[in-house]
Design a binder for this molecule. Sequence first.
Ligand SMILES: [Fe+2]
Length: 180
Amino acid sequence: MAKITIRKTGQVIAGEDAVRAFLNGQGVYYDHWDLQPIPAHLRDKFVLSQEEQAEILKALEPQIQALAQARGYVKWDMVALSEATPNLEELLKKFEQVHTHSEDEVRAITAGSGIFIIKGKPDVGYFNVELVPGDVISVPENTPHFFTLTSERKVVAVRLFIDPSGWVAHPYEDPEFATA
Ligand SMILES: [Fe+2]
């Protein structure tokens, strides 16, 4: 299950109900999917062919469709990052800058792990959400955030979009983040 760390206090929030309650309070959608439908031979694979990605999306289709219908997402695809990704470290450096989007950033982790750093309400400030397989998160539009990997350096996720062409990162200069 996901784990939250409030950056300015170091407070940790764990356990599905507490995590869900905290994230909902910050306006961040959170859910946890059953990944059993994913065929066993694809569960711990971090380099996936188009066919294998399609197979995973097919296996998760009922859960994807339910989320898409509930929240207005119309397209989805998969992303995989690992040491096999060319220029992984450079790519991560680019990711690790606070930014916003004009639509939700939705990720369902299917393998590996990752961390979203999100700007919460003023009394909370920035917090980390460490995500493990099954965790589903939607960072709301116009909410400052960035994504990075954990020390295991690998992740596979489903991404859902309202409009992929509008999904552009707008840098967000925030002195509060530097001191967080
Ligand atoms: Fe983003």
